[in-house]
Write a protein that binds this ligand. Sequence first.
Ligand SMILES: Cc1ncc(COP(=O)(O)O)c(C=O)c1O
Length: 392
Amino acid sequence: MQLANRAQAVQPSATLKTGQRAQELRDAGVDVINLSVGQPDFPTPQAIKDATITAIQANQVDGYTATAGVLPLRQAVADHLLATQHVTVTADQVVITTGAKMALYALFQVLLNPGDDVLLPAPYWVSYSEQVKLAGGHPIEVAPTASLKVTPAQLEAAVTPATKAIVLNSPQNPSGLVYTKAELQAIGDWAVAHDLIIVADEIYGDLIYAGPNPSPSMLTLGADVAAHTVLVNGVSKTYAMTGWRIGYAVGPTWIIDALKTVLSHMTGNAAAVSQAAALAALTGDQTPVARMRAAFQERLDTIYPLLTAIPGFKLDHKPQGAFYLFPDVSEAVQLKGLASTDALVAAILDQAHVALVTGKAFGLPSHVRLSYATDLQSLETAMARLKDFMTN
Ligand SMILES: Cc1ncc(COP(=O)(O)O)c(C=O)c1O
C-alpha cells in the first residue's frame, strides 16, 4: 500500500508546524511567545458577528448557494474594487472560495497541465509551491535580489518555454514589502509580452502603513495587464476573519467560469454562513479595519527599531504592509556557532521561548519570519528575549 506520488511530494505547511510546536510547549507550561502565526490577534468585529447571527436566525444561510457564491457578495466584491481601486468588474468575474487558499489551489488546478512551469519570486508564501506541485506543475523559484522585490530582468532570466504563470504577492508575506505601481506595471507589461497569467495575491492589500492605502492592485494597470491577471483576495486578514474561510478570485470570465466548474466538484459553495459574514464585512462600517491597521502600525513602529538593534538580525528595509518582519539572520547563526537557520529557530524556541518561522519555508533560508499579530507587550518582551539570547 502506498500513497500517490503527489501526496508524497508535498511538504506540510511550515508555518502551521511551527505554531503547533509552540502550542505543545505552551501546553507543557512553558511561557512561549508565538510570533509564528499568520493571523490577526483581534476578534472579528462585532457588527459582522451580529449581522451573521441575524442571517442565521432568519434561515438565510441553511442551504447550498451557487458554487460561485451568492450574488450580493460577488457584487460587493466588485463594488469594493470600484470604490477602493477604481476598477470596474462584473459580478460574473468574481468567484467566492473557501479562503484565498482555495482560490489559489483551484486556480492552479484550472491553469496547469503536467509539466507547466510557474514562476515564484522568492521569498514567497509557503503554499504556492506545494499547490503548483499538486496541480502537476513545476514551481520555478526566482532568486531574490537584496531588495527582495523581483524585476523583469530577473524574470526574463528565469522564464522557460513551459512557463504558464507568475505569482506576485504584494504586500508580501513574509517580508511585508509592497511593490510600487511602477514596479507592478513593469512586471505586468513583461508578463503580457510573454502571454503569461499573473496570479496577483493581494490578501494584505488593505494592511498598508506607508504609501497609498490600499496598495495598488494589478487590476489597475490597464486592460492588457487586467486581461492576463487573476486577482486573489479575501476577508481573512483585513477583517480578522481567518476562521470564517472566505476568499475570492476576480479575473477574465474564461478563467473564472472554469474555476466555478472545478469548485463545483471540490467544495461546492463556500459556507453560506461565512458568505453572509463576508458580505457584512465588505458592506459595513470600515472603522474596525482602520483601528486594527493603526494597532499593527504602532507595533511595527515599536518593534522595528528593537529588532534591528539585536546583534545578528539584519533588516535593511522597513516593511510597509501585512504584519511580518523578515530579517536576515545569517550573522546570528554564525555568532551563535550554529549550523543553520533551522538550528537558530530551534534554539530560540527552546532557550528564549520565542517561536519564529524559518525562512527556508519561503525560499530564503538565510532569513526568519516574525509576525507582529500579537499584543505590544508580548512583542516588546519577545524582542528583549531575542536580544538576551543573542548577547549571552
Ligand atoms: C500570502 C497569502 N496568501 C493567501 C493566504 C490565504 O489566506 P486565507 O486562505 O485565510 O484567505 C495567506 C494566509 O496566510 C497568505 O499569507
